[in-house]
Every structure is written in structure tokens, then in C-alpha cells.
Design a protein around this ligand. Sequence first.
Ligand code: ADP
Ligand code: MG
Length: 236
Amino acid sequence: ACRVVCMASGKGGTGKTTVTANLGTALAELGAETYILDADIAMANLGLILRMEDAPVTLHDVLAGEADIEEAIYEGPHGVKVIPAGISLEGIRKANPDRLRDVVEHIIDRADFLLIDAPAGLGRDAITALSASTESLLVVNPEIASITDALKVKAVAERVDTQITGAVVNRVTKDKTELTKEEVEKILETPVMVEVPEDPEVRRAAAFGEPVVVRSPKSAAAQAFKKLAAELVGIE
Ligand code: ADP
Ligand code: MG
């Protein structure tokens, strides 16, 4: 069965889009049939960091009922399938998030993984993305505000029957002021799947329109994303 995994966070900017692009690419590289979908309807940028900002048909057109989902699927690195969202205000206005469930239903018959890049917080679009998923990864930064916000998201995920698989702690510097892995696990009551270091290669890769696992596969961040992918497919 296809695992539909939502990247969720309370705060914006924790790294959901970065994790979606890199984990998706790493899963595809391991041979898993993987789709990544940009459900951040209002602040779409999955397409941007994969050099797909000019995609002629996007998820917005599909959610507006104006295009078939097949037309909005693009091939990314290592064969990962990408469903980008559009960036026009008009597209955002026309998109009906209730159609997301149909899109998910359409993909799950043929995929091993569908990763959903969700908006931050607990607005309607975020809850729609959570509800459409079977499980969720909490993407957090090692600071108390990020973790307490993620706790609220976790509570909502449980209410809509979306299992919490674990947390991804992103942008770890090991500074003394940061929460440790053990502290994060204790507060969130969920395992930390991986700690992704703060790594300048992430931003550099994004500037080139490539995931860091492709642009700098030896970098510390890339290694962490590959480890997470291996863990998800159960080969670690
Ligand atoms: P979100 O989708 O949760 O809003 P993004 O994935 O867009 O967050 O990341 C926000 C910013 O942080 C981006 O500029 C991204 O390049 C940068 N970033 C994310 N993860 C890392 C990391 N591990 N190291 C360095 N920069 C990162
Ligand atoms: Mg994002």
C-alpha cells in the first residue's frame, strides 16, 4: 500500500519543503515509486526549488477542476514525480482544497510513497493535507517555540486519524541553547527519526533548482536525508 506522508509543522520556515524535495528524491533513488505534491496552496514553493516554476499545468488547475491530474505530474531527479502548485493569486483563489482527496486517491494506486508538502499551522489547507494523509512527519527546529507549536499540530493530526511517524529535527547546529534530541522526544512524545544539520549546501542547492541530495550528495544534510529515506523504506 502507498504511504501518504504529510510534512507538518506549526511554524513556517522549519524546512517542510526542503524535506519533501530531498526525502522524495532520496526515496526515488532507492527505487521507490515516489510522488511529491505541493499542498501549500497559498505559499507554493516546491516547484521553485526543483526548477519547475514554469510548469504549464499545476495542482491549482487540477483543484480548480480545470485540468486532469495526469497533466500536472512532472519528472524530477532520480525519477521522482513532482506535482507542483502554481504561484498566481488567481490560481490560489480558484483552487478548491476539497479536491485534494481525489488527487491523493488517484496517485495511491501506483505509488509506494506520496509525500505532501503542507502549509504551516492549522488553517484549512493544512488540516485538509493532514486529513488526506495516512501518516505525518513533524518537521521542527530544535527550539522550544517550534516544538510547542508542533505539539498542537500533533494533537490535530491525531484527531483526524493521521498517525505521527516521528519528528524530523532540521537545522541542528548543536549549539548549547538548542533542545537536544532527547528533549524533543520527551516533549513531543514521538521518536526523532533524524537530525538534519544546518548546512549552507541546502540553500546553495536550492538556488540552483536542485535538491541537496543531488547537488551535494556528500554534504552533511544530504547524508541525513538519505538516512531518513533508508529508514522509511526499512533498509536500515
Ligand atoms: P518551510 O517549507 O517549512 O517553510 P523551507 O523548506 O522553505 O521551509 O526552508 C526555509 C528556508 O530554510 C529555506 O531558505 C531553506 O533553504 C532553508 N533551510 C532549510 N533546511 C535547511 C538546512 N538544513 N540548512 C540550511 N538551510 C536550510
Ligand atoms: Mg514550504
